[in-house]
Design a protein around this ligand. Structure first.
Ligand SMILES: [Cu+2]
Length: 207
């Protein structure tokens, strides 16, 4: 090794740098101990999406919280501002970009297992095709269901960072030509702040 490099290890400046690294390391452990800063996406337990209108004629808005359950993800959604008594396709799309969904900013339905290709044979929808949401007379919907095989931020089928879209209509399984139409609302699926527990309180109140 170059002797000038060797001696650089022992300069006071080098020692100060190591001290700083040590302090930063302790800080990181303290943060991890409080549990409010996941170190990696794999540590993220729950996710949240705020649903907001994508077009001027839409007033659909609400909150959706995703929690892990055996074999999938539990979806809890509360959305209001829908037309009375209407039914709406509700999907995870590939991209979390709601900026211009009518021209495809959120991409296609999230289909990590390629179900769309085999749909005619198997009848299996893309994993991102969640249950349709049906608004009550008052234009609101509150539901809880399990979306099988999805994960929040697992090694496979992860929804974190993707787009959640609510459509103006729904695809009727009995009518292969029907589509769910344009998106009326969209939200990006992000890391849920479980210390705030806003959504949990909302869901508990309903139980
Ligand atoms: Cu969709």
């Amino acid at each position: 090794m170059d002797p000038t490099h060797e001696s650089a290890h022992n300069t006071p400046m080098r020692k100060l740098q190591w001290l700083r690294l040590g302090i930063a390391g302790v800080g990181t452990w303290a943060v991890a101990g409080f549990g409010w800063a996941e170190q990696s996406f794999k540590d993220v337990e729950q996710a949240v999406a705020l649903i907001r209108p994508t077009i001027p004629s839409s007033t659909a808005n609400g909150i959706v919280i995703f929690s892990p359950v055996d074999g999938g993800v539990e979806v809890w959604a509360r959305i209001s501002g829908l037309p009375s008594g209407t039914r709406h396709g509700f999907h995870v799309h590939v991209f979390g970009d709601c900026s211009d969904v009518l021209t495809g900013s959120a991409g296609p339905h999230y289909d990590p297992t390629g179900n769309m290709m085999r749909m005619a044979q198997t009848g299996m929808l893309p994993l991102g095709d969640l249950e349709d949401l049906s608004a009550g007379e008052d234009g609101t919907v509150e539901v809880r269901f399990t979306a099988r095989d999805l994960t929040i931020a697992g090694a496979e089928n992860a929804i974190l960072g993707r787009g959640l879209m609510l459509h103006e209509s729904y695809a009727d399984p009995k009518d292969p030509m029907s589509t769910s139409g344009d998106a009326i609302a969209c939200g990006t699926i992000g890391v849920y702040n479980k210390d705030r527990t806003v959504g949990e309180k909302q869901t508990e109140a309903k139980q």
